[in-house]
Design a protein around this ligand. Structure first.
Ligand code: DHB
Ligand code: MG
Length: 223
């Protein structure tokens, strides 16, 4: 199995199941033109995020790590017109690109971007007594994943679905001796999930145009 094959099958699925979308094409072009790193989810993964948000009938969504807003737009499209998505980004340049992309997608009314370090802005949300979110998508720096998980629990209720990107990292996650800080962050994140009695969780390995990685799916339950 090779990357070429994963990419070809990803394209096959996307051609079949992801409708042509000039707005998202433009969003990716704008992100490219601004030299943003190519870390956004694929079209098939974006569809998965939207599908999951629709499945839990999410009316309020929190995203950690906006980048150019591509996954934000997929998630926000699952919301009812009076729904709300808050997305957190620490990089001012990325945030500017994302804001323009939300306007392009006609979603700037439903999406609020908060600029700042994720751990700070999540702390602010807790401090201001923000009601629990229906869905939380973690996709920012991997070093802070453990902290993002702990804050996410404080912004959850029984039934909240927490999704985290990049928990497999090309398989590197199985190496306890890895010196890669991102791998260590993801491993600590996975350990926290394993030790948390309030959640039902699994991780799915994925291959596709983004290589070999995976999503953690975490359903918050009762105390
Ligand atoms: C990286 C981050 C991501 O969110 C992603 O989807 C892929 C790679 C990274 O930092 O390497
Ligand atoms: Mg990611």
């Amino acid at each position: 199995m090779t990357q070429d094959q994963w990419t070809a099958v990803d394209r096959y699925i996307a051609d079949l199941l992801v409708p042509p979308d000039p707005v998202l094409d433009e969003v990716l072009r704008a992100s490219d033109a601004a030299d943003l790193p190519h870390m956004q989810v694929s079209a098939t993964q974006g569809t998965l995020l939207k599908l999951l948000a629709q499945s839990v009938q999410a009316r309020s969504i929190l995203e950690i790590g906006t980048l150019g807003g591509y996954s934000t737009i997929w998630l926000a499209r699952a919301l009812p017109t009076d729904g709300k998505l808050i997305t957190l980004e620490s990089n001012r340049a990325y945030a500017q690109v994302a804001q323009a992309n939300f306007a392009r997608a006609g979603l700037d009314g439903r999406v609020e971007l908060r600029l700042g370090r994720g751990v700070d802005t999540m702390g602010q949300l807790v401090a201001e007594g923000h009601p629990p979110f229906d869905l939380i998508f973690i996709d920012a720096d991997k070093i802070s994943y453990p902290a993002y998980f702990q804050w996410s629990l404080r912004l959850s209720r029984p039934g909240t679905l927490i999704i985290a990107d990049n928990v497999v990292r090309g398989g590197k996650v199985v190496d306890p001796a890895s010196h890669d800080p991102s791998v260590q962050g993801v491993r600590r994140f996975n350990d926290l999930i394993a030790a948390e009695p309030r959640v039902t969780a699994t991780a799915i390995q994925t291959v596709g145009s983004k290589g070999y990685d995976g999503f953690a799916l975490i359903l918050v339950g009762d105390e």
